[in-house]
Structures are given as structure tokens and as C-alpha cells.
Design a binder for this molecule. Sequence first.
Ligand code: M6R
Length: 615
Amino acid sequence: MCGIIGYIGDRKASEVLINGLSHLEYRGYDSAGIALRYNDKFEIYKAQGKLINLINVIKPHQDVCLASNIGIGHIRWATHGLPTEINAHPHTCNCKSLVLVHNGIIENYQELKEELLKKGSKFLSQTDTEVAAHLIAYEYDKTKDLHLAMQNAVKKIKGAFAFCAMHKNEKDKIVIAKRNAPLVIGVGEGENFVASDIPAIIEYTKKAIYLADNQTGIVTKDSIKIYDEEGNLINNKIEHLPFEAIAISKMGYKHFMLKEIHEQGDVVRNILSSKLEGAKHQVVFDEFKLSSEKIKKITRIQIIACGTSLHAGMVGKYIIEELARIPVDVEASSEYIYRNTIADENTLVIGISQSGETADTITAIKQAKEKGSHIVIITNRADSTMARLADSLLPVSAGIEVSVAATKSYMAQLISLYLLAFYLTEQKGIVEYDSIIQNLKQELIELPNKIEMLLENTENIKNIAKKYSSYKDFIFIARGINYPSALEGALKLKEISYINATGYGAGELKHGPIAMLDENMPVLAILNTGIVYDKVLSNCEEARARQAKLIGVTNYIAQKDKDLFDDLVLIPQISDLMSPALNIVVLQLLAYYIAEYLGKDVDQPRNLAKSVTVE
Ligand code: M6R
């Protein structure tokens, strides 16, 4: 949500800023803007909508673009005020001497605004950021020092921010500040960068400094100074970025989502390579910091997450309860917070997040931490805020996921949860599950090949996608461990195609949703051989009796039952317990091809953000 970039060096700042912003597009945005230092003043360019609109705004100003080597840029996801040009960042103050971009939310902006109005500030936008720009400018008038002004201003601000500011009197300098919003400094030679996330800078440098909360900094082309809240100069370590620029290219695929779906076999292989030597070996989880004695004392597990990560957590509940025999509650982070949740030192709290920056999950984790629970974080971003809150950090290392719709990160979360369930069972010494776990490990090892078998032949799924793309509504049903698959399949479809898709436990169909069934409401049923197979089949009969079109996703269907379905997708043989990891690939592809057929903006669906940094 929102993305910041800043550049100071010898390159053309406009090019670095636009390029950087293009690699932050995945975060979700509805307007964009840049400010360039030029002839001792700032030129500000903004546009509503996509980055291409900003590029067109800038085009006639080549003189400025060629000459300017310092600038800041932003993509905005509207929180305060409409996604208009006037509300787009950078914002400035009355005399246009300061420019500011901001990621986050200023909670006390109304009170600050009232005070500043009394002091003569004139506001043009409805944003909280413009209030911050005036506040910093007001502090600058008192101190004549931008960094000091920033330090004074952030003391008065409540809420979350990553700020990047320039002042016309302080020629070669970008001043930054951070609290509860990501900000990283890219360290170059004779140039430096500031960004909300690594994809914006990875093309230019592999060295970075992460700012901690309440730190401020001064970035020039040859130096970086970071200060703590008290104003002491401190030494944050320079980290080597583990990403390749190639990770943010589409590699010939039409969309990042399709590329990321196709990467899933390797994602699984990659996780297993360091954690599971073979089916007969125990899981290696050095990152898990609880001793087996402490694991034996765990009385309950709480999994907190949002969206797709929440669905992974629901699969996790099923496997952990089945094998490790520990009761697991799974809750949306936004529901976990703001109530007196019951957790103590014998509760294991697992936060799951692709980005590691989801505001609701961060708040929930902090709440659980206060109760003394051991915090496990499963995230794709070992460099994230959530990772820093972890007692045990389990990075899933799926690689940068660019498409807003999560696919390979979900797969990686599932695999980590399977491994965690095995690990907890082994550490608890539950020997009666040894052979079950050994079989499941073998299936995990074979999973990448099965995923790739599915991905090699997608014609059937493409045809089904085309056939059903004109429907306005969809129902997904499943039972047991695939109930979360139904939820996730429906979420994927609605996110990228805007078709009204809902997932239900198949048994719930007759308790209400069945009223909606007719020939205009296709039902997609996930049936895997196992305990609930016959039950789901009966639920399919009930849907068919209401003239609903039926699509089956299954690893087995008897000849006599085939006619029940209008369309069938057969997946390779797999046990019920492991099947969510294969079924989801079908559902991801179906959602993808429907959205693609409808011509939707697959990688950047409307209104969505990759990293949801507001509660
Ligand atoms: O980064 P997180 O996993 O914490 O994000 C949680 C959700 O915002 C995310 O899964 C969202 O639902 C995705 N758009 C799903 O495709």
C-alpha cells in the first residue's frame, strides 16, 4: 500500500524514480507523483491512475528530467481523500520550499491540521500527508535544519509513517523517518536510494540498510547518517540483499501471476532442500527456538493471519490437530485484536504473512507477545517488521511475489505448515504417527513433480475458464482439509476477475446457500478420495438437482458419477491430507485464465494492495 522512492546521485533522477515506482506497482496504488530538484526549486509532477499517466505528464519536461539528479517519488493508495491528482504525493507547504512523500496513516492529522491552520497553513488536499508537510515546514522555520525539523515533527505525530523529504535550502540531501511502515536505504557508490521495498532498488544495488521504528536519517550522495529517537547518531548494519533483479522480471510470461504459479514446484523443492533430507529423516527446524520440553507443554496454538495467509493457516490447523494433537484456533488478525484474547506462555502463536507487513497481523502479534506466548512467524519476507517480532522465524523463501494475488507464497506457507506439523509431532514423541508422517513426507517430496504435471497440461482448465467466464456468480464447495481450498479458490477468482465467488463447506450448502442455486450459479466442487468424498458427492447431487452447472476438481471419479459433472479436472493421485497443495494449483489457474479471458488487470487488481499496511 503506497510506495516510496528517493534518489540522490549522478543518474537522471526521473528515470530512477519512475523505474523504482514501476517495481513498487505491485503494492497497489491509484495515483503517482515525483518531485525533482531543479534550479534550486522543486518541480512536482503528479497524475491520477496508473504510472503511464505520470510518464505522459513528465514527457514535455525533458529539460528538468535531463538535469535533475535528486528526487523523491510515490505511488498512493488512497486513505484520506479521493485518488485524485491533488491528493497524490509529493505534498508541499505554503511557500513550496519543502516536498514530502509518505507511506502510512497519521492518526492525529485533524488536530495537527487545526493548529497549523491557526498558524497560517493553507491546505490544498484532503490528505494527512499534506498536514505532515506543513508541520515539518513549520518546524523548519524555527530550526532552519531539515533533519531537526523532521525529528521535532515526528514527535508530534501519532500513527504510522515512512517519510522522505527534501528542502530547497538544503541542496544535496534527502531526510527520512520511519515508524510502523517499511523503509530501506539502498547503499550505492556515489549515489544512494530510499525505498519502501527492495524491488525498487535491486537493479542498482545489493547493499541496504533497514531503518528501525522511530529512527530518522540524512541521505546524501556520499553519506548516510541514521539517528535514534533521542537524536544519537547510530550505526545500522549494511545488509546484503538476497534477491536478484531477475526475480522482478516476467521471464516471458504474460503476467507475474502466471509466472509465480509456474514457480511453485521449485518453491516446494527449495523449502524441502534445507528441511527434509528424505522421507525417513526427521524435519530440521533450527529456526524453531522452543525446546522439545517446552513443545510438550504447549496447550494450544493460535494461528493469526489475513486473506490467503489465513486460508493457509486453516489448512495448518487441520494437519497440526490431526498429527500433533494440539488444539488450534485460526482467526483473522483483524478479529483477534481489540478483544481480550486468551493466550499465555503455554500458547504457541503463529503469525502467517507473505509480506510480513500486514498491519492487522502485526497488531495481533504484538498483543499475543504481551501475554508471554512464544511467537512463530511464517513469512516470505525475512526482512519484514513481523520477522523482527518473531521468537522463532520460519522464512518460507518463495522469492519476491509481485502479483497482488498470492499464489506461490500460499504454496510455501502450506509446505512450512506441513513441516511444522511433522516437527511438532516428532518433538512430542508421538510414535504412532511415524508411518503416516513418513508417507506424507514421501508425498511432499513427490509434490513438485505432480505440480509440474498439472502445469504441463492446462488446456482443459483454459477451456473451462472460457466457458464459465461470462457467469456473474460462482460457488466453491469442499469439506474437511479442502474447505480452506474452496475459500482460497473463491478468493482468487473474486480478487482478479471481480466475479462474485464464495467458498462454503459443502455440508453448509443446504443450510442457506442452496437457495441461490439455479442454472446461472455454477458450483465448483473439490472432491478428494478420503473420508469426505462420498459426502461431497452427495452435496454435488443436491446442487445438480437445482440445475446448477457443476465443475469437479478431483483425483478420482467413478465412471457412474462422471455424468453428474458438466466439467471435470483430474489431478494426479494424492492423499486427502496432502491434496490442498495440488487442488489449489487448479483453482489458481482457473481464476487466472478467467480473469485473463475477461481482459482484467491480473497482476494489479482494482482496489487491492499487495502489502496492507493499514488496519
Ligand atoms: O502479506 P499477507 O500475507 O499478510 O497479506 C494478507 C492478505 O492481504 C493477502 O493474502 C491478500 O488476501 C492477497 N491479495 C491474496 O491474494
